[in-house]
Design a protein around this ligand. Structure first.
Ligand code: PEP
Ligand code: CO
Length: 460
């Protein structure tokens, strides 16, 4: 059978943006060859399972929670950091499931999110100009010529860091950590006194009572209460890495990325005829596409046709990041144009990337109020159009950082200096993430017909 994945050289011929330039091309070739021999991080069957769950979300019968770091770092590949990220995502997922009464598809920005697209190629500090930091998979964060030199060995490090991360994630979600009865302990160290912790306690109390009742009447929920399915996703940015982690599935003969369950194409690399779309359209994994305010509806329809010509439910997830001020104006024409093609896509809101600003003190931040305002706009637009608001995509961390302003603890601009730890975009901290989950849960629980699309006008 002809190899359906284009050769890496064919992708380079399309002049992909956002790729590092290595000064040792032979070393890069050796690394790519090594990556091609290494075992898969995820299995094709798992990617198929995720596609099936996303099809449920596209049909309005499930909700997607996708979240994690803007940029993972090698330094944060520790048990504690991974556990804290998982803990906040699982807590959010329970809050959403309980309120929305629909299954929540849990997807981390994790185990592969080591490369970043950047708006400028260089960074200037004082009189010195160096290549910009492009994520640990490319170069180092320190502002020195040695750290900023793109190093192909980092691609291998990204692979091993992803493998170690995913190994622990799998152990946590299947090995007891995700047990609903342990939910109290996930956030037992929470500082009291805010409505977020009070609401979390109320939620765990209600779930405890429900579990106790079921035990009393002899119902054993089995694995459903003790383990969860959790998927890994990242932006497919570095073509050397992504191409070398494609494999043909021995069961079906179909090509998959084995570097993550879901891959997405970023706003800066989503050209219809670009190399990123060319690679991802050939793979059987579910694919996400990020859409910013400059996107034209016809462009997005063309991209949808290219990636999902078979109109397969669950294949395509469109992640909009339009900004709080513009979502109400820009989202309706995009949704209408794609829905008019008859395909069922998942509509996911990323309320982070359209709402970034810089403070007077020079910190890149986001305000919690803008984040929730974009989410409100997203829910209102889908309610007005009769389409299902399929999920949220959040940059967050399990640590109590101070990177985004606002929220129940009312972090202000002067607080940002305390724990500003991100190497790229500002993330919601644990409390802000839970607060956001409760806000989304409230919106979901007030939907007229949760879990069902309104029939098209013509069918009424
Ligand atoms: C991101 O998700 O970190 C990112 C860079 O997003 P976008 O492509 O939407 O700008
Ligand atoms: Co980001």
């Amino acid at each position: 059978m002809k190899d359906p994945i284009p050769a890496l050289e064919e992708l380079w011929a399309l002049r992909p943006p956002q790729q590092p330039v290595y000064d040792q091309p032979q070393e890069r070739d050796q690394v790519v060859a090594q990556l091609r021999r290494l075992p898969q991080l995820v299995f094709a069957g798992e990617c198929d399972d995720l596609r099936g769950r996303l099809a449920e979300a596209a049909a309005g019968r499930a909700f997607i929670l996708q979240g994690g770091d803007c940029a993972e770092t090698f330094e944060a590949v520790t048990a504690g950091s991974i556990q804290r990220r998982l803990r906040v995502l699982l807590s959010m997922a329970v809050a959403l499931t309980y309120a929305a009464e629909v299954p929540v598809v849990k997807i981390g920005r994790i185990a592969g999110q080591f490369a970043k697209p950047r708006s400028k190629a260089t960074e200037r500090r004082g009189g010195v100009e160096l290549p910009v930091y492009r994520g640990d998979a490319v170069n180092g964060f320190d502002f020195s010529p040695a750290a900023r030199r793109p190093d192909p060995q980092r691609l291998l490090q990204a692979y091993y860091a992803s493998a170690a991360t995913l190994n622990l994630v799998r152990a946590f979600v299947k090995g007891g950590f995700a047990d609903l009865q342990a939910m109290h302990s996930w956030n037992a160290d929470f500082v009291r006194q805010t409505h977020v912790s009070a609401r979390y306690e109320q939620l765990t109390g209600e779930i405890d009572r429900a579990l106790a009742f079921m035990r009393t009447i002899g119902v054993d929920g089995g694995d459903a209460f003790r383990t969860v399915d959790f998927y890994a996703s990242h932006e497919a940015l570095l073509l050397d890495y992504e191409h070398s982690l494609t494999r043909v599935d021995s069961r079906t003969g179909q090509p998959y990325s084995v570097g993550g369950h879901l891959l997405w194409i970023g706003e800066r690399t989503r050209r219809v005829d670009g190399a990123h779309a060319e690679l991802l359209r050939r793979l059987r994994n579910p694919v996400g596409v990020k859409i910013g305010p400059a996107a034209r509806p016809d462009e997005i329809v063309a991209l949808a046709e290219r990636i999902d010509p078979g109109r397969e439910p669950g294949r395509l997830t469109i992640i909009t990041r339009l900004g709080a001020g513009r979502v109400r104006q820009l989202l309706p024409p995009l949704v209408e144009a794609v829905e008019a093609t008859g395909r069922e896509v998942c509509w996911v809101c990323d309320p982070m990337h359209g709402n970034t600003f810089e403070t007077a003190g020079g910190y890149k931040t986001r305000s919690f109020a803008d984040v929730t305002a974009e989410l409100d706009g997203f829910f209102d637009v889908h309610a007005a159009l009769g389409t299902w608001p399929g999920g949220v995509h959040i940059e967050l961390t399990g640590d109590d950082v101070t990177e985004c302003v606002g929220g129940a603890a009312d972090i202000c601009e002067a607080d940002l200096v305390n724990r500003y730890e991100t190497v790229c975009d500002p993330r919601l901290n644990r409390r802000q993430s839970l607060e956001l989950a409760f806000m989304v849960a409230d919106r979901l629980s007030h939907l007229d017909h949760p879990g069902r699309r309104r029939p098209p006008l013509a069918d009424l």
